[in-house]
Ligand binder design. Structure first.
Ligand code: SF4
Length: 170
């Protein structure tokens, strides 16, 4: 617990890339320390920046709904993003910003030791691949929310996640 609390404080005061300049809050992520699954998105948006928590806006509500439809509780998962501060106009984080921020994510993964990591959207694919963890790629909830074709695909991907989680418990 201490390791992540300490990490969160480092994130709140981090100035390792330009993103902190336009942000109100760092958004380290949240979830149980013993989470079997981590979801990693692109970056905090305006709503997340406002309150310092991940996936609290419309995309977050949509994510919660699709998780619930598949019998999954958001509270059981650890949710974070590849960079921990909002980006201007919600643009994709640049490569140097991702590189500067990745050590935080690597530490989170090492502490939580999830069985499955779900990479939400393109930017999340920069997540370090560690041995013994199953990685799944999925559409980002904000894209899934906007486009019907992606929405259907995203729902299939979360259903697949639920299936794989059942196998973990077997
Ligand atoms: S995005 Fe990451 S590296 Fe950049 S300032 Fe925020 S915490 Fe630091």
């Amino acid at each position: 617990m201490l390791a992540l609390e300490e990490l969160n404080y480092q994130i709140y005061s981090c100035k390792k890339c330009r993103l902190w300049r336009g942000a109100k809050h760092g958004v380290p992520g949240e979830g149980p320390l013993n989470a079997k699954v981590m979801l990693i998105g692109q970056n905090p948006g305006a709503n997340e920046d406002e309150v310092g928590r991940p996936f609290v806006g419309r995309a977050g509500k949509f994510l919660n709904k699709v998780l619930a439809e598949n019998g999954l509780k958001r509270e059981d998962l650890f949710i974070t993003s590849i960079v921990k501060h909002v980006s201007p106009k919600n643009r994709k984080p640049y490569a140097d910003e991702v590189a500067a921020c990745l050590p935080y994510l690597t530490t989170q993964i090492s502490v939580i030791k999830p069985k499955i990591i779900v990479l939400l959207g393109e930017s999340a694919k920069a997540t370090p691949r560690l041995q013994g963890i199953e990685y799944m790629e999925a559409i980002h909830p904000s894209a899934a929310m906007r486009f019907k074709k992606m929405r259907n695909k995203f729902k299939e991907q979360i259903a697949e996640l639920a299936k794989r989680m059942t196998k973990l418990d077997a």
